[in-house]
Design a protein around this ligand. Sequence first.
Ligand code: 5AD
Ligand code: SF4
Length: 356
Amino acid sequence: MKTNIEKKYYTKNDIKDFLLNTDNNSQKNLFREALLTKIRTTGNKVYLRGLIEASNICSKNCYYCGIRRSNQNTERYILCESDIINAAVYAWKNNFGSVVIQTGERNDRGFSIFIENILHEINQKTNSELGITLSCGEQSEETYKRWFNQGAIRYLLRIESSDEKLYYKLHPKDDKHSFKNRLKCLEILKKLGYQTGTGVMIGLPFQTIDNLVDDLFFFMEYDMDMIGMGPYIEHQDTPLSKYKNVLIPESERYKLSLRMIASLRMLMPDINIASTTALETLNPGGRISALNAGANVFMPNLTPETNAKAYNIYRNKPFLNGKIIENINSINTQLSKLGQEIGYSEQGNSMHYKKR
Ligand code: 5AD
Ligand code: SF4
C-alpha cells in the first residue's frame, strides 16, 4: 500500500520536509514508513557488530573529538594483539556475525603492520567467518589494499560533514585534515572492493537543515553501502565546545538524528544503517528507537571497560557493566514487538554492495 510519504524518488525538498517535521504524528508516520521500507528491502534482521576500540592514540586534531592529539586529559592506550583477537573470538563464539575494529588515526608503518597481523590472526581463529570492518581513518591506498588482502571486508570513514566550509569549521585547515583527501579515500575504498561506509554528526554548531539534506544526498551520490551517523555531543576538552550555547537542545538533536536515519532509509532503502551509541547517550533506549526507525545494525561495545572509558570521544558514553549478552537478548525481545529479530551469526553484508 502506498502511503502519502512513500515515493520512488525523493527531492531535496521532500527530505527537508521530513527533517523539519517535528509534529509527533508526522514523525511517527515517518518512522513507521522507514521501518516498513527496511523490512521490505533488507528484511527483518538486525545485525550485530561487536565494537572493539583498539586504540585511542590519534595523530589528528579534530575540533570536536575528545581523543584529539592535543587533549592531554585523556590517558592513551593501545590494546595488545591478544586482547583484540580475544574480543573478536568472543564475538564469534557468541554468534555476532561481525566486528568493527576502531582506532584513532595513525599513519606509521608499525601501525599498518599491527592491524595487518590482527586481521590475519582473527581470520585464522574464526574460520574467516566474522565480517571484519575497519574504522582507522585516512590511509594510503597501499595500506588499505594490504588490510583488504588480509580479510577486512568493510571500511568506515565518516565525512563528518559533506559541506567543505563546515568541514573546515570542524577541522584545522591543513594537510592532515584535508577534505579532498577524505573524499579521495572514500573513492579508493570503493575501488578496492570494500563495502564502504561514511556518515556525519548531527546538530553541530553552524550546521543548517540544508547541510543535513545535502549530507543525505551526498551519501547517495557517493553510492555508499553503509552509514553511521549520530548526534554531536560536545566534549569539554575540545575547542568546539565553546559553541555549546548555540546548539539545538539535546532532545531535539536526538529526534533530528532519528529523522535523519528514517529519511535516509526512504532515500537509500537497501543500505546498512547503524544505530549509533551517541543516540543512547542522549536518550536511554535511543538505539532501539533508531532500529524502529530504519536502522538495521547494532554495535555492542566489546572493548574491555577500563579502555572503553578512555575512548571518550564525547561525554557520558554508556556502559553495560559486563552484561553484554543479557543486553542483546533483551534487545531481541524488544525488537520482536515490531516484527524484527537479531540476525545471530550472520555477517549482514550490505545488500546495496551486492548490487553495486
Ligand atoms: N560527538 C559525537 N560524535 C563524535 N565523534 C567524534 N567526536 C564526537 C562528538 N563530540 C564521532 C565522529 C568520528 C567517530 C569516531 O566519532 O563522527 O568519526
Ligand atoms: Fe582522531 Fe577520529 Fe577523533 Fe579526529 S575524530 S581526533 S581522527 S579519533
